[in-house]
Design a protein around this ligand. Structure first.
Ligand SMILES: [Fe+2]
Ligand SMILES: [Fe+2]
Length: 343
């Protein structure tokens, strides 16, 4: 439970800190040139495959085109996600009624975060322009002629995958209209936590000469601060809504993890094959590695997977996992383990 006054005090301190430390107010940003681009190393998406000899056999030179494409795709993702989702949601937090009271300082933090995110998109676009200028490489989605993606529904063209709403739509439609703003803000809190976990993951084991590490360090400087704010925002929301609303929101959160985080064998194998196809590997090697990695993933309990553990820390911090009906749902879905809870 976090009171409005405690959250307001936190937000006032946040604003002072933002003035002194945010990259948009104080920081210099890095640019890329031909020499720096030749040092790009970005193996995050190869992590599940690194134990296989076929992957280990590649030299850094052979992997460089893969790394560069992965970096382009990540920067494109940042440029879009920050503007289309985070900044949009931060604007709503400041200007639209959430259904529970927010102070002026809390709303001002939302605008400060939106400002950071616009700046992150600005920096990401600059780096994309550098890469295109020096190497000609552009994001994968811009290379495809049929880029039209369905906006509201995921995977509808695949007959084996049940059509799903985009997660934001899912959150908004899983609750009564009066809770819609709370539900989409909850999704914002979940994603702003996940982003930081990804950046920390990418910042690990990096050589200093690697420009991806430098970029991540610059980005994480702001995102670490965002994460702390959104943890508190969810805690405040959870304590401020009625018990009846907590039951409904808890169901929506549990449903989100079930729908969007648990994948079937077919979905996993397809996703792994798609990643591996970006490397110069034979079709039989791709199929065999994809099947083995899918097996490993399916053998691991849900609560041991990083993409579940990290959001569950957020749920613990915000008090969501202490709420008996929601905790029951999390336990039933395997998002939490009884033994871990007692530990
Ligand atoms: Fe950002
Ligand atoms: Fe952020």
């Amino acid at each position: 439970m976090l009171t409005l006054s405690e959250f307001d005090t936190f937000s006032k301190k946040y604003l002072l800190d933002w003035e002194q430390r945010s990259t948009v107010r104080t920081g210099k940003r890095s640019r890329l040139n031909k020499e720096v681009i030749s040092k790009v190393e970005f193996s995050l998406h190869l992590k599940p495959f690194l134990q296989y000899p076929e992957i280990r056999a590649f030299t850094p030179e052979e992997l460089h085109p893969y790394y560069l494409q992965a970096l382009c795709d990540m920067l494109y993702g940042v440029a879009h996600f920050e503007v289309d989702f985070v900044t949009d949601q931060c604007g709503k937090l400041a200007n639209k009624d959430l259904g529970i009271e927010l102070s002026a300082a809390i709303k001002q933090v939302a605008i400060a975060i939106g400002t950071d995110e616009m700046y992150h998109a600005f920096a990401a676009r600059e780096l994309l322009a550098d890469i295109e200028e020096f190497t000609g490489v552009i994001p994968t989605v811009l290379q495809q002629s049929t880029q039209e993606q369905p906006q509201q529904v995921l995977a509808e063209s695949d007959p084996k995958v049940e059509p799903r709403l985009m997660p934001l739509e899912y959150f908004k439609t899983s609750v009564p209209p009066a809770l819609e703003r709370i539900a989409e803000t909850t999704f914002l809190c979940i994603l702003e936590n996940a982003v930081v976990d990804d950046l920390f993951e990418m910042a690990k084991d990096f050589e200093v000469v690697n420009p991806v590490a430098v970029y991540n360090r610059e980005h994480i400087q702001d995102e670490g601060r965002h994460k702390v704010f959104f943890q508190r925002l969810l805690k405040y929301i959870w304590g401020a809504i009625s018990e009846e609303d907590r039951v409904v929101l808890g169901k929506a959160i549990a449903g989100y993890f079930k729908k969007y985080m648990s994948q079937s064998r077919e979905e996993l194998e397809r996703a792994f094959s798609k990643s591996l196809q970006k490397l110069p590997l034979s079709e039989s090697a791709i199929q065999s590695i994809a099947a083995q990695v899918a097996n490993e993933m399916l053998a691991k309990p849900f609560y041991q997977k990083d993409f579940t553990k990290n959001p569950m820390h957020l749920m613990g911090f915000a008090g969501v996992t202490e709420h008996a009906p929601t905790r029951e749902l999390f336990l039933n879905l395997g998002l939490l383990a009884e033994s871990l809870e007692l530990a």
